[in-house]
Design a protein around this ligand. Structure first.
Ligand SMILES: [Zn+2]
Ligand SMILES: [Zn+2]
Length: 308
């Protein structure tokens, strides 16, 4: 259990005063016990008054119930007020619940992609714990790039089919053969096909920029409790599984964006201390929407210019 900002060891710290937030003694970054996950039964939670030990028995190794009266001294015990120690002999690392993030596990590329997508859709709140204390910014960029390309395949294929179909129609009407240039002024078929194919590169670049904008806005508030830009981006990228809904023809692109936004909001919320999630989530959504709007306008303007 280490500080997510400076890696300082957070075991064995004395209980904070009632109502006070827990902060890293080294760098002052706030944190919550709830944002860490432990192997069930391997962490002792000590009563702040009498040091009586209790064991975290929930699936995340947390106290069940989260609040109760100490059986020895009657003090109100909550997880956030306890001093935490790994059970003797387990070791500090062995007590941490290692949730595998499929993308960084061994396996074939399609399996790692698909399992990360499923994790992002089914358990977005566990993505921060899966990232743990690692800086996975580079892997997150790689995953998001591949994910956007795969998820955009149907959209790009639909666009290509429509370009070719309308070319066929124009060709049939003009009698100039199936691949004749359209009679009206406009981009040639080659340009239109090229624009569709260019989406394979444009889509991932623009979505990475959109995710960067959201993560940047989130970190404006999140920085104070360890949710840096790089960490926020990794969380947003690895919880983007819902974007795979873009594979539904025609209406999918919008559905994919909405499910991605919901998943990432849940994941960002899980990375914030209790009661402090609203600000980072709202700022992140605003940043995402603004960036997405800018890219949409630029796209529309560019295609209008090409059509002149
Ligand atoms: Zn620290
Ligand atoms: Zn007690």
């Amino acid at each position: 259990m280490n500080c997510r900002h400076c890696n300082h060891v957070l075991w064995n710290l004395p209980a904070p005063a009632s109502g006070a937030a827990r902060v890293c003694p080294e760098c002052g970054t706030g944190y919550t016990v709830a944002s860490y996950e432990f192997v069930p039964g391997q962490v002792e939670f000590h009563c702040p008054q009498c040091d009586q030990a209790y064991y975290g028995t929930s699936a995340q190794g947390h106290l069940e119930p989260p609040e109760f009266q100490c059986s020895r001294c009657g003090t109100d015990v909550t997880m956030e007020r306890c001093a935490l120690r790994p059970v003797g002999g387990v070791g500090a690392t062995g007590a941490m619940l290692q949730l595998p993030l499929p993308w960084t596990e061994p396996g074939s590329l399609p399996a790692r992609w698909w399992n990360t997508v499923v994790a992002g859709v089914k358990f977005p709140s566990r993505i921060p714990a899966m990232i743990g204390d690692r800086d996975l910014f580079g892997s997150a960029v790689a995953f998001l790039a591949l994910h956007v390309v795969v998820s955009s395949v149907v959209t790009i294929a639909t666009g290509l089919a429509m370009v070719l179909f309308s070319a066929l129609m124009v060709g049939a009407a003009g009698g100039g053969g199936p691949f004749a240039l359209p009679a009206f002024p406009g981009p040639s078929i080659a340009v239109q096909v090229g624009l569709q194919l260019a989406q394979v590169a444009i889509a991932p670049i623009s979505m990475i920029c959109v995710a960067c904008a959201g993560a940047g806005m989130t970190s404006l508030i999140g920085n104070s409790f360890g949710l840096t830009f790089r960490r926020a981006f990794s969380i947003v990228a690895f919880s983007s599984g819902g974007f795979a809904f873009s594979l539904i023809p025609f209406c999918g692109a919008l559905v994919g964006l909405v499910v991605w936004a919901v998943g990432s909001s849940i994941a960002i919320g899980a990375a914030c201390p209790r009661g402090k999630a609203a600000g980072p989530i709202i700022l992140g959504l605003v940043g995402t929407l603004l960036a997405y709007g800018v890219f949409s306008v630029v796209g529309i303007v560019l295609s209008a210019l090409l059509a002149l």
